[in-house]
Write a protein that binds this ligand. Structure first.
Ligand SMILES: [Zn+2]
Length: 294
C-alpha cells in the first residue's frame, strides 16, 4: 500500500565490498566536512531540511518530514518558519545528539516564543532554535512517532496501520533555487552525496488521512501543535495540491472529510457522530496493542 519501497537508511547490500568502503568513506568525509547545520550553508527552509535529513540518515535514524514545510508543499498557504521531522520514539536521544554534533544544540527553554511552554496547546515536542541573519528566529523540531500514534511508516519493519503512502523528494543541500522533485526510485546514495538529498514526504492524501485520524484519536492535549489538526484540515480543504477527490480507503474518514471539511457541515451534532464512526472503525487498529511502540 506504500507508494515506494519503505525507506532504509543506506542499503549497502546493493554494492560490492569495494564500493561499500568507498561510499562509507565518502559519506563520512562529506559528513564531517560539509554538514554543519547553519542556515548560511543550508538556506532555510528547504536546503536546511535536506541537511537535517542527511544528518539523521547518516546517523542511522529513519526520518520523515513533518510540520510547516510539509504542509506548505502539500498546499497549505503558509510561509514555513518551523521545520520538523518524525523519528522513531526510541531513537529520539540519538537524533538529538546527531543534530547537536552537526552544530545545533537542542534548546531547553520553555518559552511561548519557541512554542515550548508545556502548559500550552502550542507546545512542540523537542525544538532547536535556528539563528537567522535577518528577521526572527526559526525552529526545527523533532517529533517521536508515538506522539503521532505511530502512524508514520518510518521503516518497513514497523506497522503501517493507516496504510499511509509517501514520496521520496530530492532536495538541494545548498541551492535555494533548485527545483525539488519526486525521485521515488532513488536508491543510489553516492550521486546525492554532495549537492542533493532525498527525503521522505507523505502524499497529500495520506497527510490529510493522518490528520483526520490524529484529530479524533489523539489525547486531548495532543490534538495539534501550533495549529489543531482540525484547523489545518479546514485550511487545507480548499488549497490542497493535488486537488481531490482522494480515496482514504475508509468509509468513516471519507465521510468526515467530505461532509465536514469539503461540504462545510460544521454542526457539533454531525461532527460528534462522525467522530464516533471514526473511532469505531479505527480505534482498535491505531490504539490497540499491535501498534504500540516496541
Ligand atoms: Zn527554545
Amino acid at each position: 500500500m506504500i507508494s515506494v519501497s519503505p525507506p532504509g537508511v543506506l542499503h549497502t547490500s546493493h554494492f560490492n565490498a569495494f564500493n561499500v568502503a568507498q561510499v562509507l568513506s565518502e559519506l563520512s568525509h562529506e559528513g564531517r566536512k560539509s554538514i554543519h547545520l547553519s542556515p548560511l550553508e543550508h538556506p532555510w527552509p528547504v536546503c536546511f531540511t535536506a541537511a537535517v535529513s542527511k544528518v539523521l540518515d547518516e546517523a542511522g535514524i529513519p526520518n520523515f518530514v513533518w510540520g510547516d514545510l510539509l504542509n506548505a508543499w502539500r498546499g497549505n498557504p503558509h510561509i514555513p518558519n518551523i521545520c520538523g521531522f518524525v523519528v522513531p520514539t526510541e531513537g529520539i536521544q540519538k537524533a538529538i545528539d546527531a543534530i547537536a554534533m552537526a552544530g545545533l544544540p537542542v534548546c531547553s527553554c520553555e518559552s511561548f516564543e519557541h512554542l515550548s511552554n508545556p502548559e500550552s496547546l502550542l507546545s512542540l515536542p523537542i525544538h532547536f532554535c535556528v539563528p537567522q541573519e535577518y528577521g526572527r528566529n526559526v525552529l526545527l523540531f523533532l517529533c517521536p512517532n508515538d506522539v503521532l500514534l505511530n502512524l508514520i511508516p518510518l521503516t518497513s519493519a514497523r506497522a503501517n496501520p493507516a496504510s499511509l503512502q509517501y514520496d521520496r523528494i530530492r532536495l538541494s543541500l545548498h541551492n535555494e533555487l533548485y527545483f525539488s522533485q519526486n525521485d521515488n526510485n532513488a536508491v543510489d546514495p553516492i550521486s546525492s552525496v554532495k549537492t542533493t538529498h532525498v527525503t521522505n514526504v507523505l502524499t497529500t492524501a495520506s497527510l490529510i488521512k493522518a490528520w483526520l485520524l490524529l484529530d479524533v484519536l489523539s489525547a486531548p492535549h495532543r490534538v495539534g501543535f501550533a495549529y489543531t489538526y482540525s484547523f489545518l484540515l479546514h485550511l487545507m480543504a480548499p488549497h490542497a495540491i493535488p486537488e481531490g477527490p482522494y480515496d482514504f480507503e475508509s468509509k468513516s474518514l471519507q465521510t468526515m472529510w467530505e461532509k465536514v471539511y469539503i461540504g462545510g457541515d460544521w454542526s457539533p451534532e454531525t461532527f460528534e457522530s462522525l467522530q464516533n464512526e471514526v473511532r469505531l472503525e479505527w480505534e482498535d487498529l491505531i490504539l490497540g496493542k499491535d501498534n504500540r511502540d516496541e
